[in-house]
Design a protein. Sequence first.
Length: 272
Amino acid sequence: MYKHQFDFTENDFRVIQKLIYDYAGISLNDAKQNLVYSRLTRRLRANNITNFSSYLEFLSKDKNEWQLFINALTTNLTSFFREPHHFPILARHIKNLDTRETIALWSCAASTGEEPYSMAMTMVELFGSYTPPVRIIATDIDTQALEQAKAGIYSMEKVDMLTPDQLRPFFLKGEGKNAGLVKIREELKDIVTFRQVNLLNEDWSVRAPFAAIFCRNVMIYLDKKTQMAILQRFAPLLAPKGLLFVGHSENIILISDLFKLHSRTVYQLKQE
Ligand SMILES: C[S@@+](CC[C@H](N)C(=O)[O-])C[C@H]1O[C@@H](n2cnc3c(N)ncnc32)[C@H](O)[C@@H]1O
């Protein structure tokens, strides 16, 4: 480790590694020491603390800091229509459902909202209505990411890849002091409900069955044992023929006793 401004020992790193693993399932290997240092120095500064061992002591006593510690260690990278091939698959799947019930979708690592809003846009386009018979529950462990998601305000760069036809119906363009920003339209927001859920918690309190679960680019931070446990718990929450969407590098072939491949990085229960 290089010399740090704030004292950060091997033992401090081990303690942090265990805390985040036990609480969130996030598995930080030894190569992540510098990342942890740079993510958490913000928290030390905010609390006027000059070394990690004092910070860890403070953390053990301060409930509010605990959530900020978790938020600091999550990686929230996401974008609108990330892994774009998933969205036409979702549209086709919903179109083929023969149901009069409201269709439920779950984005279980929603981050700052781009994923569930992309799902909502897909549903509005599919049904040709701002009030499709669809509800989307969007959850994440990170409360700050969820606050941003709820606000639905993004910089123009975040929507660079969208066509004018995708932008116009779903975003309002900021003017004056809001120039350079866009805001998700209220009609789209109304389709999505954001809530904190830690995938490691025993009780997710989500209202199944889901026609689709998006669990994308979160498994990569968890170890195999935790991934398996979570995937097993998805199975009973999926509606018949329900689809599980995972990230491009999240290969769940290993649990092929439960899921089978439906299309690229999309899975379906084996036993329907
Ligand atoms: C890289 S983002 C993925 C966002 C989006 N699904 C996508 O593919 O673009 C990973 C998200 O997983 C969340 N996360 C990490 N551990 C979690 C856990 N135990 N429970 C729920 N969310 C978690 C993080 O807070 C982060 O927002």
